[in-house]
Design a protein around this ligand. Structure first.
Ligand code: ZN
Length: 54
């Protein structure tokens, strides 16, 4: 299981996750980007503002 780059907690990534998919660490809330699959590799997500005011 991939680990969070911030807190080293195991991060659950669903089967069939795609590259560039964003997952969130349940421990620290850091957003992580799936940079590779099989095996899944994670990197800190780019700091993109996704709040469009909803
Ligand atoms: Zn974490």
């Amino acid at each position: 299981m991939p680990k969070c780059s911030e807190c080293s907690a195991d991060v659950a990534v669903e089967d069939g996750a795609q590259e560039n998919e964003i997952v969130q660490c349940a421990e620290c809330g850091t957003e992580l980007e799936v940079v590779r699959t099989a095996p899944v590799g994670l990197a800190p997500a780019p700091d993109v503002e996704e709040d469009w005011g909803e």
